[in-house]
Design a protein around this ligand. Sequence first.
Ligand SMILES: *Cc1c(COP(=O)(O)O)cnc(C)c1O
Length: 360
Amino acid sequence: MAPPVLRSGILKIAPYVGGEAHAPGAGRLARLASNEGAFGPSPRAVAAYQAAAAEIHRYPDGASRVLVEALAERHDVDPRLIVCGNGSDEILHLLALAYAGPGDEVLYSAHGFLVYPIAARSVGAMPVAVAERNLVADVDALLAEVTSRTRILYLANPNNPTGSYLPEAALMRLHAGLPENVLLVIDAAYAEFVSADDYVTGQDLAVEASNVVMTRTFSKVYALGGLRLGWAVGPAAVIDGLHRIRGPFNINSAAQAAGVAALDDTAFIGAAVLHNHQARQWLAERLGALGLVVYPSEGNFLLVSFEGWADPEQVRQYLKAQGILVRQMTAYGLPQCLRITIGRTDELEWLVDALSVYPR
Ligand SMILES: *Cc1c(COP(=O)(O)O)cnc(C)c1O
C-alpha cells in the first residue's frame, strides 16, 4: 500500500511566508515587514487580555456574542449579518470551502493578497490571476475572466501589497458586471487607513446584495495580529453557511475580550490613523527625494520600486544587517519592489537615514 495522498492542488500551494521578525546580530530592531500596528496594541486591549487570563480553563463563548454586538453597534450593522474569524484569513478560507471546489475557478487580481490562491487551491479550486493596470485591479479584465466555473472573486480594497484601491464607482461597476452566482469577497483589511474620499468599505453592498461579503481585521489598525481576530459582514445565507462550517470555538476568549476593548479605545485608533496619514506622506516624499519610485498607498505601508536604483534584495539585506526589516516582494511577482510598513517616526527616520547612505 502507498501512503495517504494529498488532495490534488495542495502541493501546488507555495507556502505563505510571512515578514521577517528577526535580524540576528542587530541590536535595535525596526519591524517594518508585516504591516503591524506602529504603536503596539491599545493598553485597554492588553488589560482586557490580561483580565481574561484567570478564566482560560473555560471554553469561550462560541458565538462571540459580546464582540459581535460591539461590532454591530460600532459599524451600524445587524449583528445577525456578522461572523467572526480566527483572523480574517480564516474567513477567506471558509468562504472558499463554502463556495468553491474541484473544477471551480476563483478570481483575484495578479498582485492581490497571496492568501486568495492558497484558499482556492486548498479546496481543490483553480485560482485565476487577472492582470492589473499600473498595479491597480482592472475591473474590465476581471469581468472578462468570469466563466460558468467562476465561484468567487477576491478583491483586497485597498490591496496589499500594492496599496492601490478601487473607488466606489469602480467597485459598483465590478459588482454590477458579475453574475449573481459569483461571490464578491471585498477584503477591507486596511479600510481604516484610507484617506481617499471616493472609497467605500463595501459594507453597504454586503448588506444589500445577495453575493457580496466584506471582511475586516483586528490585525492592522487595532494592532492585535498575534491574537488572530477578524470579522465579516454578508448576506444572512452566507453568514449562516460560515457559522455551520467554522470551528465551534474559533475565537478564543482572550481575543474576544481584547477585541471589545480595542474597539472601545477610539482615541488610540484615531491617533494611529492620524500618524499613518502623516508618516505615510512624509516617507513617500523622502523616498521620492532619494530617487525611488513610490506607489500611491491607502494602507499602512508603501510599495517602493528600486528599479534602476539598486538591487532590492541587496538593499533588503543591507537594511536587515542594521536591524531594519522590510518585506521582499518576489512572491507577489514584484521582484523590483520592497514593501515598507509605516512604523513609528523614529523607525522611519532610521530607515531613510540608512537608505540615504546606501552605497550604490
Ligand atoms: C493583513 C491582511 C489581512 C488580515 O489577515 P488576518 O488574518 O486578519 O490577520 C487580510 N487581508 C489582507 C489583504 C491583508 O493584508
